[in-house]
Design a protein around this ligand. Structure first.
Ligand SMILES: Nc1ncnc2c1ncn2[C@@H]1O[C@H](COP(=O)(O)OP(=O)(O)OP(=O)(O)O)[C@@H](O)[C@H]1O
Length: 297
């Protein structure tokens, strides 16, 4: 059996901003040397969680530990953490090379050769002022810092909003190649779920400030199906299964269920005239977060 080491944990975290509840009793662990997808709809609470884990904010109650310590105002712990976000600001007169020099100074595992390679890959001009970079170039700069940091715990909060499809693919490829040689823990927050579904090994899905899924991507993929057909038969078949979503269209219904479905159950579904289809990670995320209640069309 392999030993898994928890590098960060969130226990019963609550966070309010005035009358907005951003986190409502959030608990999950982050294990060493894995790639996580922190997923959820706009405003679900993903950035809030990452800010708390990276010491940029704090939970009103609950416990948050990173490498065994509270990350808040803890320089020792934070030297092992890199947080890349889309809205990163840099001093006005900074050029790309100044940002890279600062990153090299702040990040103990920084690999300059890797950074040079990535600059070339993303075609980023080192002497250009950061404020003169295009949106995509600014995203590329973030991606380069996050990758070359080789930080044991690296967060990417939707850092590729400006990147075109080819550059995003470059990011995924470089991340996977480098992760294979230099394992570390990576947390990706993204809305491009189909694009990253082969990359992420574990999914933490947040909906309205609570964790609604926390599982291995393979488990989710293999154990989630949609069942459709006459509503009464869908109801009959899904009784006893974990139903994450159900929608009704007149006398027809479609339900998304999780859990193992045996061959016997599959043939029972067929004999009931039901159709079973695999569900993509993106569909699962959408159906787990769109509406908890039954939707009627
Ligand atoms: N500084 C703040 N002041 C007031 N409300 C805030 C603040 N930061 C976050 N919130 C609120 O907390 C909730 C969670 O926001 P958060 O930024 O964590 O969501 P998110 O999942 O990262 O969303 P997105 O995918 O759109 O980036 C939202 O309702 C947001 O409006």
């Amino acid at each position: 059996m392999t030993d898994t080491r928890v590098v960060a944990s969130v226990r019963n975290a609550h966070k309010r901003f005035g009358d907005v509840t951003a986190l409502d009793d959030v608990s999950f662990d982050i294990e060493e040397n894995r790639i996580y997808g922190l997923l959820g709809r706009n405003g679900a609470g993903k950035t809030t969680i990452m800010q708390i884990l990276t010491g940029q904010s704090w939970a009103d109650s609950g416990t948050v530990e990173v490498f065994g310590h509270s990350p808040y105002e803890n320089a020792g712990t934070l030297s092992n953490v890199c947080f890349i976000k889309e809205s990163q600001r840099y001093p006005d007169d900074f050029r790309v090379k100044h940002v890279l020099t600062a990153a090299a100074r702040l990040l103990p595992r920084w690999d300059n050769d890797f950074a040079e390679l990535l600059l070339d890959d993303f075609d980023l001009p080192t002497s250009r002022k950061v404020k003169k970079l295009s949106r995509g170039m600014t995203s590329a700069l973030g991606v380069i810092i996050g990758l070359a940091s080789r930080a044991p715990l690296t967060f990417f909060d939707e850092p590729y909003l400006g990147l075109d499809a080819a550059s995003r693919q470059m990011f995924y490829d470089r991340l996977l190649e480098d992760y294979a040689e230099n394992p570390r823990t990576v947390i990706l927050s993204t809305h491009l779920i189909d694009e990253v579904s082969d990359l992420i090994e574990h999914v933490v899905l947040i909906d309205r400030g609570t964790v609604v899924l926390d599982d291995e991507t393979d488990n989710l993929r293999g154990r989630t199906v949609s069942v459709s057909g006459p509503a009464t038969r869908v109801d009959e078949f899904t009784t006893g299964h974990g139903v994450v979503h159900r929608e009704k269209l007149g006398s027809l219904a479609r339900a998304t269920i999780t859990g193992h479905i045996s061959e016997l159950e599959r043939s029972r579904a067929r004999s009931l005239g039901l159709e079973l289809e695999p569900v993509s990670l993106q569909q699962l995320v959408v159906s787990s977060t769109t509406n908890k209640k039954e939707t009627v069309a």
